[in-house]
Write a new protein. Structure first.
Length: 184
């Protein structure tokens, strides 16, 4: 059993699997193709990714892959907490350039589904955060793209963190949405 909630932009979902706990700890089924299909989510995942961030304020994103190698992502946190962001980059969409945020944490046991056509990123909120995510296509450097995390045209409200953000060179050099290659 799982609970599925829309985050307000078509296709971006919070998924909360049922957690079974007792004195020993807990068990939860984080992905079951049949149950996801019954909830209207018919995706075939082909690659699992794992990221570790030592400090709060590690910002990864905003990343995406263009067609024909676009990826749907199902992301969860197994240790720590993040603020996860999805930005609609489908030019024909009525919500183009709009974003949604969700705190995803090991404690909550929730997940976020970010569909194709969205740029995705997150910032760690606590030390020693580990994120696992499934994708529907493998990594393709030729199709890999990014957008500036602080693009004023998007206006993402990132949390204020005492030590600021830590970003990769790739993310610091990313173009704005206005100049990025995006979905039609």
């Amino acid at each position: 059993m799982l609970e599925v909630r829309s985050l307000g932009i078509d296709g971006v979902l919070e998924i909360v699997p049922k957690r079974h706990g007792d004195a020993r700890g807990f068990f939860m089924e984080t992905y079951n193709a049949e149950r996801f299909s019954q909830a209207g989510i018919d995706l075939t995942f082909v690659q699992d990714n794992h990221s570790y961030s030592a400090a709060p304020g590690v910002l990864r994103g905003l990343h995406y892959q263009l067609a024909p190698r676009a990826q749907d992502k199902l992301l969860r946190v197994i240790r720590g907490s993040i603020l996860d962001i999805a930005v609609d980059i489908r030019r024909a969409s009525k919500t183009f350039g709009k974003w949604v945020a969700l705190e995803v944490s090991a404690e909550k046991g929730n997940q976020i589904l970010v569909p194709k056509g969205f740029a995705h990123g997150f910032v760690t909120l606590v030390p020693d955060t580990e994120v696992l995510y499934k994708v529907t296509d493998t990594y393709s450097p030729e199709h890999d793209r990014s957008i500036r995390f602080d693009d004023p045209a998007i206006g993402i409200e990132w949390p204020s963190l005492a030590d600021g953000f830590q970003l990769s060179d790739k993310d610091l050099k990313a173009p704005t949405l206005a100049t990025a290659e995006v979905f039609a």
